[in-house]
Write a protein that binds this ligand. Structure first.
Ligand code: HEC
Length: 219
């Protein structure tokens, strides 16, 4: 094949690379205008963006004000006794007025405690739940910490320092967690967290009942 034809083919081949190179460059560098947008779908449509003007309304704003007195869902935080277990920054020693302490509440509390807490703290609250037993077994068979972490045993809820806690403090621990224990606000509704507090108190009483209490209580 004559050399001139070979060179011409090579040259044309190189020139053919230029348009795709320009396209690639334009696609990858920001430019002042909008890119060519052939299929529009609903990408550009007439609308008012937030914080802009809209002549349709008398006040000229595109955004509407909330209805007077509107409260954002889940943001009423004006009842610290019920929602945080605290009154004026002190742990509440009484149940809030919304919570009626009766057998139905204790039953509900026992059911919820057995679902959410007994796995770690044990059904009787001694910190001997199944998760703990399993973790202890894993630790016993390992040379060092398992997965780089050491196991913190769930607290025995009958220790004097826990039994002495006011109801508000226990509520707070369940709600927000405490040290190595996670909070249960997301999983357990507020009313149920109070039911669990009542049940924990009943559990603690049951393990520390003074002799003769039963005889006095049932004449
Ligand atoms: C995944 C295991 C686990 C579950 C489930 C769990 N806890 Fe705990 N809990 C712990 C651990 C661990 C501690 C000790 C935390 C520490 O000392 O770092 C603890 C501590 C506590 C304490 C003691 C707080 C203090 O002031 O020392 C209370 C009260 C308590 N938990 C109540 C509950 C209740 C009620 C539930 C059910 C809603 C629950 N826990 C569910 C692991 C758990």
């Amino acid at each position: 094949m004559p050399r001139v034809i070979v060179f011409t083919i090579l040259l044309l081949g190189l020139l053919a690379l230029i348009p795709p190179a320009i396209f690639a460059r334009m696609r990858s560098t920001p430019g002042p205008g909008r890119p060519i947008h052939i299929v529009q779908d609903m990408d550009y449509q007439p609308k008012f963006k937030t914080q802009t003007a809209n002549p349709l309304f008398a006040d000229g704003r595109a955004m509407r004000q909330p209805v007077p007195g509107a409260v954002a869902r889940g943001e009423v935080m004006d009842d610290p006794h019920y929602l945080e277990g605290a009154i004026d920054g002190q742990w509440a020693t009484e149940f809030p007025s919304q919570v009626e302490v009766n057998m139905a509440l204790l039953d509900r509390g026992r059911e919820r405690f057995n679902i959410y807490c007994s796995v770690c703290h044990g059904v009787a609250g001694y910190g001997d739940g199944m998760v703990n037993l399993r973790a202890m077994a894993l630790m016993a068979n390992a040379d060092g910490p398992v997965d780089g972490t050491a196991w913190v045993q769930p607290k025995n809820l009958h220790l004097p320092e826990v039994a002495a806690q006011p109801v508000g403090q226990i509520f707070h621990s369940i709600t927000n967690g405490i040290r190595n224990m996670a909070g249960y606000q997301a999983q357990i509704a507020t009313a149920d967290r109070w039911a669990i507090v009542a049940y924990v108190k009943a559990l603690q009483l049951s393990q520390n009942a003074p002799a003769g209490l039963r005889a006095e209580a049932t004449p």
